[in-house]
Design a protein around this ligand. Structure first.
Ligand code: 6R9
Length: 647
């Protein structure tokens, strides 16, 4: 049983999409996707409007995903030039610095256009051409959006690497896509702490496989002294400021790549998820307007980092394509104190606020007082993304943050999907705390059992999507077979999301979390295999197995079992050293919360580690270990249970 929060009447009365619109348009969108998306596509500015709309087959022998294939457009033109006549002086980006005492900045569409053009000209002068890859490793500053749009203007494919990643992770990503140029800053600033971005890039570029990089552009942000290695390293302002403020945009085909974004999967190294220009941009813009019920005068704030897909679609591309005002926040929720989010809301009169459950839970732990001492009267809509939101956190968000006035849109989607696939439309769909509710236009979710049989009615199973939508990823950069095998092999003819899900008697979807070896820590995807390979790269480690376990704030935490090389001695010191080693190899987000010595790991006779058992031990549910009879040596389990680290 769950409670229902009906659409507030006042909200329905002014909404972009009403319940009747949703019902009618959803039906059309799946009955006649060509007509539906052909009409929606007109919201973009095309230098050549598409006549072919949808060309899709999920059949592995005859596989293709193409949208608007004969259309031509430029994403930066759609995010900038198009608005100059009507919105030139409107604020495109508000920048709120980490330090609340520092001045925020307002960047108009006209100014943003000029800044993007200058950088785009600079990129061209440095030899960057259509199809070249550019890595962006920046803090949450205006230049991050400028850099993405400047790449889009000249047709370069950007690969944004989250500023929290360590040199190794930068090097892997640079090597995989063969970047020609990197845009970084002297330092980042988060919660008063400095992040040595340029030094991390220097360390990464000493690693093998990174020789493709010819130029490093460095934004002066904190003003810290950094090593500049000439002629490779150039100051951003020195190359961009003198350039003309106009720049001829590259004409792009709708299916030309817009960006690559690396994300973790269940096996191997992170995959370069590739999104193309037309379908992605259209889907990001349209979902942003419909799900957030966007109006011309909204001040919209998404707290994600541009290093993740949420930042791409819902800080930069979606909002700017819609001519919205989007807030870019450099800081963190608890600095200088736990009222920061709400002080920023009040300072800039934010109307739409979009954040992650992990942030809500962390703030909830501090009680209502830091929220209640702020006004938040400007807010009219709240959003959640990144992981399942537990009903308790949902209610706190609704009651305490939104004073019970603001609908909460729980938006389910993935790096691979480009934009939101399952979410309430706030003027159309009644809410249930903890449910992402119903599919967006054109999206056909379904549940299957382990054998791939489609489940009808109220049911629980694995979540698949039966047909394509324009924002769908097109390939894994450099490995098309991996794309097809990862997403279309488990259940032939369907896109497999990797998530488990329940559908209730009203047809509402309730995402239950990943069913593969991906851990979702504070909304960040981490592959168990990545953490394991970081651990075994330490000379004293023979073997490692990593699983997720339920964590009150982060959603999931990381639990690592480590077997040492013969002769090495288990100690608390070594334990700390191994945790630090993972931070150094991948970045702080991958630090194990618990590390347990494992003289042996539970393996089948064929040598497969039985993670199911390790998960149960980490969860402290030794009574639910299930069948252990296929283990090569059942006694290892007993000793692991006895020596479990206390969570
Ligand atoms: C956008 C983003 C994707 C995974 C996804 C799922 C989880 C995201 C969710 C959610 C429940 C939501 N997820 N949103 N689970 N409810 N509203 O987060 O992309 O980083 O690729 O993660 O996150 O498990 O499969 P990404």
């Amino acid at each position: 049983m769950s409670d229902v929060y009906p659409v507030p009447e006042a909200f329905a009365a002014q909404a972009n999409v009403t319940a009747a619109d949703y019902e009618r348009d959803y039906a059309e969108s799946v009955r006649d996707p060509d007509a539906f998306w052909g009409r929606i596509a007109q919201r973009l500015e095309w230098s050549r409007p598409p006549t072919r709309i949808r060309d899709v087959s999920f059949d592995r022998e005859d596989f293709r995903i193409r949208w608007f294939a004969d259309g031509e457009l430029n994403a930066s033109v759609n995010c900038l030039d198009r608005h100059l006549a009507t919105r030139g002086d409107k604020t495109a980006l508000i920048w709120e610095p980490d330090d609340p005492a520092a001045e925020p900045k307002h960047v108009s569409y006209r100014e943003l256009h000029a800044r993007v053009c200058k950088l785009a000209n600079a990129l061209r002068s440095l030899g960057v051409k259509k199809g070249d890859r550019v890595t962006i490793y920046l803090p949450m500053i205006v230049e991050a959006a400028v850099a993405m749009l400047a790449c889009a203007r000249v047709g370069a494919i950007h690969s944004v690497v989250f500023g929290g990643f360590a040199p190794n992770s930068i090097a892997d990503r640079v090597a995989d896509c063969g970047s020609k140029l990197i845009i970084t800053a002297d330092e980042g600033l988060r919660g008063g702490r400095k992040v040595p971005l340029k030094a991390n890039v220097d360390a990464a570029l000493k690693m093998p496989g990174t020789q493709s990089v010819e130029t490093v552009l460095v934004v002066r942000h904190t003003g810290a002294a950094v090593d500049m290695q000439m002629p490779r390293d150039r100051w951003y302002d020195a190359v961009a400021d003198g350039q003309p403020g106009e720049c001829e945009p590259e004409r792009m085909n709708a299916e030309d790549p817009l960006f690559i974004l690396y994300t973790s999967g269940s096996t191997g190294k992170p995959k370069g998820v590739l999104h193309t220009t037309g379908g992605y941009l259209l889907y990001a813009a349209y979902t942003h307007e419909a799900v957030f019920d966007l109006r011309e005068d909204d001040i919209y704030w998404c707290t994600a980092d541009v290093g993740w897909v949420t930042g791409h679609s819902y800080i930069v591309y979606g909002p700017l394509a819609n001519g919205a005002t989007s807030l870019v926040f450099e800081g963190v929720p608890n600095y200088p104190d736990y009222s920061r989010f709400w002080n920023v809301v009040d300072r800039h009169k934010v109307t739409i606020f979009y954040t992650a459950p992990t942030a809500i839970r962390a703030l909830m732990r501090e009680g209502a007082e830091p929220v209640k001492k702020t006004s938040r009267a400007s807010l009219r809509l709240l959003g959640s993304v990144g992981e399942p939101i537990n009903p308790e956190a949902w209610r706190w968000y609704h009651e305490v943050v939104g004073d019970g006035r603001c609908p909460v849109v729980d938006t389910w989607w993935q790096t691979e999907t480009g934009g939101i696939l399952i979410s309430p439309l706030p003027g159309a769909v009644d809410l249930k705390p903890g449910s992402a509710t119903l599919p967006f236009f054109g999206v056909q979710p379904a549940l299957v059992d382990a054998e791939g049989k489609l489940l009808e009615g109220a049911a629980e199973g694995n979540l698949v999507i039966l047909d394509s939508w324009p924002g769908q990823m097109r390939t894994v950069h450099g490995d098309h077979q991996r794309f097809i095998d990862t997403y279309f092999k488990t259940y032939p003819g369907m896109y497999f999301t990797g998530d488990g899900c329940r559908r209730d008697e009203d047809g509402y979807y309730w995402i239950t979390g990943r069913v593969d070896d991906v851990i979702n820590v504070s909304g960040h995807r981490i592959g168990t295999a990545e953490v394991e390979s970081a651990l075994v790269s330490h000379p004293k480690v023979a073997e490692a197995a990593v699983v997720g376990f339920p964590h009150d704030i982060k959603g999931q935490g990381i639990y690592a079992y480590v077997t040492l090389v013969a002769g090495e001695v288990e100690s608390d010191e070594l334990l700390k050293e191994l945790v630090a080693h993972v931070r150094k190899e991948i970045g702080p987000i991958a630090s194990p919360d618990f590390l347990q010595w494992a003289p042996g790991l539970p393996k089948t006779r064929s040598g497969k580690i039985m993670r199911r058992i390790l998960r149960k031990i980490a969860e402290n549910a030794p009574d639910q270990l299930g069948d252990t009879s296929t283990l090569a040596d059942p006694s290892v389990v007993e000793s692991l249970v006895k020596n479990r680290r206390d969570a």
